[in-house]
Design a protein around this ligand. Structure first.
Ligand code: 5GP
Length: 183
């Protein structure tokens, strides 16, 4: 018997998952964040083995074939996946492991870890989500509209999850996640 648990955080691009996650990790050092593998190129400041494991496509495809990934998906032209062994080890040791992943991967997790707590983060409204995506000011109009369309279809899947959290006020959203995890 142990109290190990897997927690999955998902939600559309621009919803503020990353900010919530960082706040959660800061407040709870007993939470371990899973480090994903990806084929996308590192962004400025990203470190191998800290932000991601950066794989090339053949390496990633070999990891899929070998069953090394708990879940994987293609997102915006790149592969992303969760190495399974660290998750198994951490949960078996009674630890709390958290994944921050997109929708298709989050769906797959339930098959292997049906007891995982799966949380979907929602924006307060589509208008707010659009404003957040635009304020990043790094995408073309076409890319923003595409992201919004994807976000809309992702949001339609929110009720597949154990818990839906509206990220309007950060502290409120954080408190709701904390009470779901720690009771
Ligand atoms: P970014 O390229 O901005 O770091 O991440 C793009 C998207 O990939 C985000 O929505 C993020 O949640 C998702 N992602 C990161 N790691 C994984 C993973 O291991 N599996 C899946 N399915 N999605 C991931």
């Amino acid at each position: 018997m142990n109290s190990g648990r897997l927690i999955v955080l998902t939600g559309p691009s621009g919803v503020g998952k990353g900010t919530l996650l960082q706040a959660l990790l800061q407040a709870h050092p007993e939470l371990y964040l899973s480090i994903s593998a990806t084929t996308r190129t590192p962004r400025e400041g990203e470190v191998e083995g800290v932000n991601y494991y950066f794989f090339d496509r053949p390496q990633f495809e070999a990891a899929i074939q070998n069953g090394d990934l708990l879940e994987w998906a293609e997102f915006a032209g790149n592969y992303y996946g969760t190495p399974i062994q660290p998750v198994r080890d951490r949960v078996a040791a009674g630890g709390l492991m958290i994944l921050e992943i997109e929708l298709l991967g989050a769906r797959q997790v339930a098959k292997i870890f049906p007891e995982a707590l799966r949380i979907f983060i929602l924006p307060p409204s589509m208008k707010v989500l659009e404003e957040r995506l635009r304020s990043r000011a790094q995408d073309s109009e076409e890319a923003i509209l595409k992201r919004l369309a994807v976000a809309r279809s992702e949001i339609a899947a929110a009720d597949e999850f154990d818990l839906q959290i509206i990220n309007d006020d950060l502290d409120t959203a954080l408190a709701e996640i904390e009470s779901a995890i720690f009771g």
